[in-house]
Write a protein that binds this ligand. Structure first.
Ligand SMILES: [Fe+2]
Ligand SMILES: [Fe+2]
Length: 167
């Protein structure tokens, strides 16, 4: 499965998200190292698709639309979590950002209950209550996988992009 195929699938199910100015603001925030939140979320969506394809072959099927949209929006918190002001304001980023992301996603796009589950539970076990759908398990695993690759610099980003902000 190549990059072009994965990008086409994401585009097919989430064109509105990809084109939204507020979503593109995630290009201005760093996740780990030189990796923007935007690129991280794209990678998590791609790995979620890859893992779901593998499960497909085992007869375990997923709702692709929810999987992709939930993956893209799982870190839609829209602030720089490295900024000292935000560290103070958003203390305990690890615990709180799934709920901030969910609030923003509901406001800007509306989310299904499955997408809500994906966003809210992606930090499990930090957020204690485990995911209740397989799409949320897949995104949670893909997120951890991508974070490890970013931290070990196997995934390299291109740094922040300066863009006009606003929705
Ligand atoms: Fe996250
Ligand atoms: Fe993430």
């Amino acid at each position: 499965m190549n990059q072009k195929y994965l990008e086409k699938e994401i585009e097919k199910y989430a064109r509105d998200i990809l084109q939204a100015r507020n979503f593109n603001r995630t290009k201005t925030f760093i996740q780990h190292g030189n990796m923007t939140v935007h690129m991280h979320c794209m990678n998590v969506a791609k790995y979620s698709l890859l893992f779901s394809k593998k499960l497909d072959r085992l007869g375990i099927h997923c709702k692709k639309r929810a999987l992709i949209r939930g993956a893209l929006l799982h870190d839609y918190f829209l602030y720089d979590w490295h900024d000292p002001d935000h560290v103070k304001l958003y203390n305990l980023h690890g615990f709180k950002h799934p709920f901030v992301a969910l609030r923003n996603a509901k406001r800007d796009f509306g989310v299904t209950s499955r997408e809500e589950e994906i966003i809210q539970k992606h930090m499990w076990p930090l957020t204690v209550i485990p995911p209740t759908c397989r799409e949320a398990w897949i995104v949670s695993f893909a997120d951890k996988w991508c974070s490890i690759l970013e931290t070990l610099h196997f995934h390299k980003g291109t740094g922040v992009v300066r863009i006009e902000t606003g929705k």
